[in-house]
Design a protein around this ligand. Structure first.
Ligand code: NAI
Length: 341
């Protein structure tokens, strides 16, 4: 039995904490021995004041880690920001460097979790199993309105073939789809199994379904916009499990109204920080854009749940705690892609 707890002097302040975060982090902390402070609020300029005698903060996708918040963190003597996610578009890396704050993330926890959710969204939108479930429970056994199409033989365009896009492309190949891919780096293993890399315009033009798996950055922001939508096939299906900012939401709403986009599946949304991960079932939603999106029968919204599997939460807790321990003890992390600053 390991009784050595080397980290008891270090307290980690968690923001945006959900019940499952507590369960998984407390379970895996048995071998690390950190102290924890859990806050359910998102990190921002106000909530940063909650930090009390803690040199490490642990944040998630919708916490605000901009230059102003980082300056406050530095004033509170925070030395490490540990992201318990892969994407880091919400963090000002330059500001962190300026204040000598180190930043780590979980570069890959379960690419399969997200890739499988993307395929689940495609199958749901296509075969309408969510509607069939409700219909049959009301003893309506009619098939009218449930017509789908064979995925076999269709063309799926994958934008970004890193950990998640690669897992997704393999799943799509398994369905007998033609897979087109666009990435700034070509994956030769995917080419060997039949994935065809092409330019972005060809991918937009030829794909029946487009699935986004690139990070959100200045090159990819609103990669789905009025112009790129105009070159797509009529009735195209668009799936976004990556980041909301990849889609210009107002343009996609217009394209849904014009029946240019036939199906939209989003696990992420540009303004999700005000909505996702919260139970707002008794509230009046003030965001008319999400309400409009949810009113379309051919739009499926899930609330950033693509990562949400037992395997992914295990990996997230273990890698985050290891990252923090490495940064405390060795000042650097062996897996270079885990350390951002
Ligand atoms: P990754 O870093 O392994 O792969 C990203 C790929 O995108 C790389 O191959 C990179 O070359 C490519 N890329 C970069 N710029 C590009 C551009 N301009 N055009 C096309 N491709 C470009 O990242 P991973 O693990 O595959 O994750 C992808 C994204 O998925 C993350 O950035 C994150 O935003 C999102 N994500 C969403 C989750 C969810 O629960 N919905 C969970 C985890 C990640």
């Amino acid at each position: 039995m390991n009784t050595v707890k080397p980290n008891t002097a270090h307290k980690i302040s968690f923001f945006s904490t959900q019940a499952y975060d507590k369960i998984f982090f407390e379970k895996y902390n048995e071998d690390f021995g950190f102290q924890f402070d859990f806050f359910d609020m998102q990190l921002n300029l106000k909530t940063v004041q909650l930090i009390n005698n803690s040199s490490i903060v642990c944040v998630f996708v919708n916490d605000c880690v901009n230059a102003a918040v980082i300056a406050e963190l530095a004033a509170k003597k925070v030395e490490i920001i540990a992201l318990r996610c892969a994407g880091f578009n919400n963090v000002d890396l330059e500001a962190a460097k300026k204040h000598n704050i180190r930043i780590c993330r979980v570069p890959a926890y379960s690419p399969h979790a997200v890739a499988e959710h993307a395929m689940a969204m495609i199958l749901t939108l296509n075969r309408k199993t969510h509607k069939a479930y409700n219909r049959v429970r009301e003893q309506n056994f009619s098939l009218n309105g449930l017509l789908g199409f064979d995925l076999f033989g269709k063309t799926i365009g994958v934008i970004g073939t890193g950990n998640i896009g690669k897992a997704f492309a393999k799943i799509a190949m398994g369905f007998g789809c033609k897979v087109l891919a666009f990435d700034v780096v070509i994956d030769s293993q995917l080419e060997r199994i039949g994935v065809v890399y092409t330019d972005l315009n060809t991918l937009f033009k030829e794909s029946d379904t487009i699935s986004l798996h690139c990070p959100l950055n200045e090159n990819t922001k609103h990669i789905i916009n009025v112009e790129t939508l105009s070159v797509m096939k009529k009735n195209v299906m668009i799936i976004n499990t990556s980041r909301g900012g990849l889609i210009e939401t107002s343009s996609v709403i217009d394209a849904l109204k014009d029946e240019k986009v036939g199906y939209l599946g989003i696990d992420v949304y540009e303004q999700e920080e005000n909505l996702f991960f919260k139970d707002l079932s008794g509230d009046i939603i003030k965001d008319d854009v999400i309400q409009r999106l949810m009113s379309f029968p051919n739009v499926l919204v899930t609330a950033h749940q693509a990562f949400f599997t037992e395997e992914a939460l295990t990996q997230i807790s273990l890698v985050t705690l290891h990252n923090i321990e490495d940064l405390i003890q060795k000042k650097s992390i062996e897996n270079k892609s885990a350390q951002l600053a």
